[in-house]
Design a protein around this ligand. Structure first.
Ligand code: ATP
Length: 485
């Protein structure tokens, strides 16, 4: 199966742990298939390329974003014009009601009411039934509009919320489900992901339909990432004991706990905490401790390895023997002089870098940005020790078949749609075959897709390069193919 593609951009960079080799740095202004790359003479690590494939579909998220931002601007404009008309004053912290009046059907509930809560203050609202206490709170949270007067917040993006007097706890939901319901948006995304995933699994015969479903799934995946969907289960598990529930309570009906007021409140606490109230709600119980993400870092040992072993790869250069493999080692493998240059620093840096790379899940969207910046900071440091300052004069060190440990690859557009699901697709080994004599570079990326046999295989991207100057090469894209196993 050959799937042709229109490339907008193709960046090829090739550098290496075990042997110094050049880095092709893209000309950032260019978005055409033929590009000029500059050799960065001090690169040591291994990398592949960045690839963007044309897509005609407008990103639905940017549509949503633009709608949201224009609406927000409009609301802010209206608010500021209203405040300036009524002469509202600013405050340094907390929230303030200023000269608020509110009537329902001609009956005045609040008339010219002013009060405020500063940061860290606890304020009790006291009044007879129907005095308008709840109405005031609803006005602060924006659930009601005052007839006149202003709500002034120290920060325009401040979120406020309050606990209702009456709780709505579903009798049929388990405690866990009740807590999960606090994460409404996340749960909705999760449900939709599940439904789309099932539909995709039943649509392998219809590539057109699958393409559309994958696009939808892709969008949902990004939303899931944005709301930290993976963390919800862990958050709920962490909340359970903090709220006084034991793990065994998890599957019990919320009904069993309704007789205990404190627990009733507790059931609602996640809702409040999930809304990131700032400052604390006016008459809510203390906020739950923030849920911190555990960011475990693997510390593993690295050891020196051999560099040559045969491995065949189906490509234009087949059969191919891996002659250079970037693997854990204690220092540079190659020229003895290189090793002797600064073995302690290099050894330490390389070990650190290899530890950073361990456990990276190379999904179709590339390495997560937080991880990427850690890795690339380390790469930069390592680059400064590259013993080959002028790699263009050492092209023999560049040629061969390379197994890459790390890549900055991000596949966009229709190619991603074809390969497209973070959950399903795992990028396997990356190979880069550089043929100096023919001035060709071939990247082979293996991938496998759980549950979608159709998409198991490899993506091969072929390019030509030409030495343009002492420090530059031109790289031009030739073609790419997806080959199923
Ligand atoms: N949406 C509405 N439509 C019509 N009347 C309303 C509405 N919301 C509140 N009211 C009326 O406004 C008055 C003030 O209600 P509010 O709930 O603010 O009082 P409260 O001080 O919180 O009372 P309580 O102490 O009983 O909770 C009540 O008479 C209520 O019936």
């Amino acid at each position: 199966m050959v799937l042709s593609t229109k490339l907008h951009r193709f960046d090829l960079r090739s550098t290496f742990f075990t042997s110094p080799c050049p880095s092709f740095t893209p000309n950032s202004s260019s978005l055409v298939s033929r590009k000029t790359f500059k050799f960065k003479p001090t690169k040591i690590t291994a990398q592949v390329f960045t690839l963007s494939v044309e897509t005609s579909v407008k990103d639905p998220e940017s549509d949503i974003e633009s709608l949201i931002s224009s609406n927000t601007e409009e609301i802010n404009r209206k608010r500021s014009s209203k405040q300036s008309i009524t002469g509202a004053s600013g405050i340094s912290s907390g929230v303030k009601l200023e000269n608020i009046s509110k009537s329902y059907k001609g009956v005045t509930v609040s008339k010219d009411v002013s009060w405020e809560v500063k940061k860290g203050e606890k304020v009790g609202l006291v009044g007879v039934n129907a005095a308008g206490k709840t109405t005031g709170l609803r006005i602060i949270t924006g659930q009601e509009e005052p007839d006149s007067g202003n709500v002034i917040k120290a920060k325009s993006n401040m979120k406020n919320a309050f606990l209702n007097q009456e709780f709505e706890v579903s009798m049929s939901r388990t405690v866990r489900e009740e807590l999960m319901s606090a994460f409404k948006e996340e749960m909705e995304i999760s449900d939709r992901l599940e439904r789309v995933q099932k539909t995709i699994e039943g649509a392998t015969e219809d590539l057109e339909l699958m393409g559309r479903l994958l696009d939808g799934f892709d969008l949902l995946q990004r939303r899931a990432q944005a709301v930290d969907l993976d963390e919800v289960d862990a958050k709920v598990s962490k909340l359970m004991p903090e709220l006084g529930f034991s793990p065994e309570d998890s599957d019990s009906s919320g009904f069993h706990f309704l007789s205990t007021t404190r627990r009733k409140q507790n059931l609602f606490a996640p809702t409040i905490s999930n809304k990131l109230i700032h400052p604390p709600p006016l008459h809510a119980p203390p906020l739950l401790p923030s849920i911190s993400r555990i960011d475990g870092k693997m510390k593993a040992c690295c050891r020196a390895i051999s560099t040559t072993y045969p491995m065949s790869i189906t490509s234009r250069f087949n059969p191919c023997f891996i002659t250079k493999v970037a693997e854990p080692n204690a220092g540079l493998i190659g020229d003895e002089d290189d090793v002797l240059q600064d073995p302690n620093t290099l050894s330490h840096l390389k070990t650190e870098l290899l530890q950073q790379l361990k456990g990276i899940n190379r999904g179709i969207f590339g390495v997560p940005s937080s991880k990427k910046s850690d890795v690339e900071a380390m790469v930069k440091l390592l680059e400064s020790h590259n013993p080959t300052p002028d790699p263009i004069l050492n092209l023999e060190k560049v040629g061969g078949c390379w197994k890459l440990l790390y890549s900055t690859i991000t596949i966009l557009g229709s190619k991603r749609t074809k390969l497209g699901l973070r959950d399903f697709i795992t990028l396997g080994e990356f190979f880069q075959i550089i043929d100096i004599e023919k001035s060709k570079a071939v990247n082979v990326i293996k991938f496998n897709a759980r549950g979608l046999k159709l998409l198991n295989g490899k993506l091969t991207i072929e390019a030509s390069f030409k030495i343009a100057s002492k420090s530059r090469v031109d790289v031009s894209y030739d073609n790419s193919t997806i080959t199923p196993d």
